[in-house]
Design a protein around this ligand. Structure first.
Ligand SMILES: N[C@@H](CCC(=O)N[C@@H](CS)C(=O)NCC(=O)O)C(=O)O
Length: 213
């Protein structure tokens, strides 16, 4: 059975849980709290020298890292990854967009608000992170004005990749009310068969999120 090493309240990790549920594929989930240094132990680094979750481990010992690469591996041969080369490249294009123009702002703003102390100097980065995050949402809104999904004609892994942190963007202090098509798409993803939401963050994290600017 496939093993996922992941932190349940990380969007990058939740991508895999969501896809595996929707594929109805059982997996062993090993909880690794990346916020407490558990990805930096010698044992973990021996498997993933980059010290990050998620990490997929196969029964034969092979290991795959990077959430969007793992989505591609798991979705191969299913409707979640188009077989048409052009549509597949479009899906990949959105997944690279997610990692370069979306996650570094939307996910990092959430991390700073919920996982760093109220006096962290990193909080000074929040205004710029929000500005860049809104740029990404505007690009998504424009696409969704003419398309239902990011993966191609059907829902699939590019939607899962972009959904993970967009759905919890409020934790980063983002207001999604200027993006009606984006909000409709979030609702469409939540309505897909086998959908599972990301679990709520730990209580101490939620308290920080509630009191943060
Ligand atoms: N590009 C990577 C990002 C993974 C990532 O940033 N993981 C974070 C949790 S969301 C992590 O493990 N951080 C722990 C650390 O850097 O020590 C992916 O998509 O898998």
């Amino acid at each position: 059975m496939t093993t996922v090493h992941g932190y349940s309240t990380s969007g990058n990790c939740h991508k895999l849980r969501l896809l595996l549920e929707q594929l109805d594929r059982p997996c062993r989930w090993v909880e690794v709290d990346s916020s407490r240094g558990e990805t930096r132990t010698p044992e973990y680094l021996a498997k993933n020298p980059n010290g990050k979750v998620p990490m997929l481990e196969l029964d034969d010992g092979r290991v795959l890292v990077e959430s969007n690469a793992i989505l591609c591996w798991l979705a191969e041969g299913t409707s979640f990854l188009p077989s048409d080369p052009w549509q597949r490249a479009q899906a990949l294009s959105w997944m690279f967009f997610e990692q370069y123009s979306h996650e570094p702002y939307v996910a990092v703003a959430r991390f700073i608000r919920g996982w760093t102390p109220p006096d962290s100097p990193r909080r000074a980065d929040l205004p710029q992170l929000r500005e860049r995050g809104h740029e990404a949402f505007a690009v998504m809104e424009r696409h969704l004005g003419g398309h239902a999904w990011f993966t191609g004609p059907e829902y699939g892994i590019a939607d899962i990749a972009l959904f993970a942190y967009t759905d919890v963007a409020g934790d980063g202090g983002f207001d999604l009310s200027p993006y009606p098509a984006l909000r409709d798409w979030l609702a469409r993803v939540r309505a897909t068969s086998g959908f599972v939401a990301m679990p709520a963050p730990p209580r101490e994290v939620q308290a920080l999120l509630d009191q943060s600017q």
